[in-house]
Design a protein around this ligand. Structure first.
Ligand SMILES: [Zn+2]
Ligand SMILES: [Zn+2]
Length: 244
């Protein structure tokens, strides 16, 4: 499978970039993971919105779902302009009924509830879930495809179950919204130090730091994570593309 970083900022997008959004593809199947602010704009650097086969949402904070409404509009306009005739599945949890219901739009998209206790199959991807530690219900995803594994922590503070969940992943896409020594936990986020600790304990192949803060020197995040993890560490950036 191949992953392209569409957006990687925590909270809101930096000018000309986007908050959380990742495009996962395999054999032509296109899955968008999270659809935050400015994701629809950045996504069009790579594909047309109507080429998406499915969308999956980790949780209903604005920096992960802000562009769902404009995705609806893009597909509706495409229906009238170029005959788009699909119904795009948007997977989300239904712990928050109002937000879940808003995923469905006319005959254009359908919200589909996932169950954290049941593996989900979307196209070529098998997805397991783990509820994270965050102010609202949020789910990390362990995505397997042809023997390769991507783990996306979504938004979370550090907790020990993440280690087993991330075990031996080829790529760990871990949020690092704070620097070493800061209190990430009270906001429901991890520090660079914790992301490195998680990568080390889970014995992953590569650590990608994402959901980045809008302050400080970002390269410091990599250095701090490297104090705990001796494998490859990459800072997420717009358009970063990885095959696994
Ligand atoms: Zn977030
Ligand atoms: Zn959040």
């Amino acid at each position: 499978m191949e992953i392209t970083v569409i957006g990687h900022w925590g909270g809101y997008p930096k000018a000309g970039e986007a908050s959380s959004g990742y495009l996962l593809t395999h054999n032509g199947f296109k899955l968008l993971i999270d659809c935050g602010s400015a994701v629809l704009s950045q996504l069009q650097m790579y594909i047309k919105p109507e080429e998406l086969d499915a969308v999956i949402i980790s949780h209903y904070h604005a920096d992960h779902i802000a562009d769902i409404g404009v995705l609806h509009h893009a597909l509706l306009i495409s229906k009238y302009v170029s005959g788009y005739n699909r119904n795009l599945p948007i997977y989300g949890h239904s712990n928050d009924q109002e937000s879940f219901t808003a995923l469905t739009y006319k005959d254009i998209t359908s919200g589909i509830a996932y169950n954290k206790d049941v593996d989900l199959h979307i196209g070529p991807f098998q997805i397991e879930f783990l509820q994270t530690k965050h102010p609202v219900a949020c789910f990390a995803m362990r995505i397997t495809c042809e023997g390769k594994t991507l783990v996306y922590t979504a938004d979370t503070s550090y907790f020990e179950e993440l280690v087993e969940f991330s075990k031996n992943a080829d790529v760990l896409l871990a949020e690092s919204n704070f620097y070493k020594g800061m209190d990430g936990a009270s906001a429901g986020h991890m520090t660079s130090e914790e992301a490195g600790k998680l990568a080390h304990k889970a014995n992953v192949e590569k650590l990608v730091l994402t959901h980045l803060p809008h302050f400080g020197e970002l390269n410091q995040l990599t250095e701090e994570a490297a104090e705990n993890f001796k494998g490859k560490i990459v800072l997420a950036s717009k358009g970063l593309n990885m095959s696994l």
